[in-house]
Design a protein around this ligand. Structure first.
Ligand SMILES: [Zn+2]
Length: 148
């Protein structure tokens, strides 16, 4: 059976490779506005390509939308609980601007951690349709012969 090990939550928080959890995903610092979005092409440790197809990170837009809406909801509820709801109209847009690099990077990481293994299982786990895998899928050579 193919080894389907994946990196954990700690690797996700630290912006590490979704497969080995060691190589970096971003080349620049999160606190540098010029380089926070610079994404590496592949993992330096396990050589996992971070962009399995052109436009893969387009889907990160939906994750960032969800993260921003989530932070608006959490921010509004917590400011209301603290009795500071009147300031929410200023504080929440400030919070969103401050969280922008974090949201940008983690929406890309959500694509890599959740969507990548689901959509590109073979690329992610590095499995090839060799004899062992064919047997796992119940498509051994004998079955193929029968079809002919
Ligand atoms: Zn890796």
């Amino acid at each position: 059976m193919a080894d389907k090990k994946r990196a954990g939550v700690w690797a996700f928080i630290n912006s590490r490779c979704p497969r080995c959890g060691k190589g970096k995903v971003f080349s620049g610092s999160m606190f540098n506005l010029k380089t926070f979005s610079d994404t590496l092409g592949e993992c330096s440790k396990c050589k996992l390509s971070y962009e399995p197809e052109t436009g893969f990170f387009f889907g990160a837009m939906y994750w960032s939308y969800a993260l921003i809406v989530g932070s608006i909801i959490v921010g509004t509820i917590s400011m209301n609980m603290l009795g500071l709801f009147d300031y929410a109209i200023y504080a929440i847009p400030m919070l969103i601007i401050l969280l922008l690099p974090l949201v940008f990077r983690h929406s890309r990481l959500l694509m890599l951690y959740i969507i990548y293994p689901l959509m590109y299982t073979d690329k992610f786990y590095g499995t090839k349709r060799d004899e062992n895998n064919l047997e796992e899928l119940g498509e051994s050579d004998e079955d193929i012969e029968e079809v002919k």
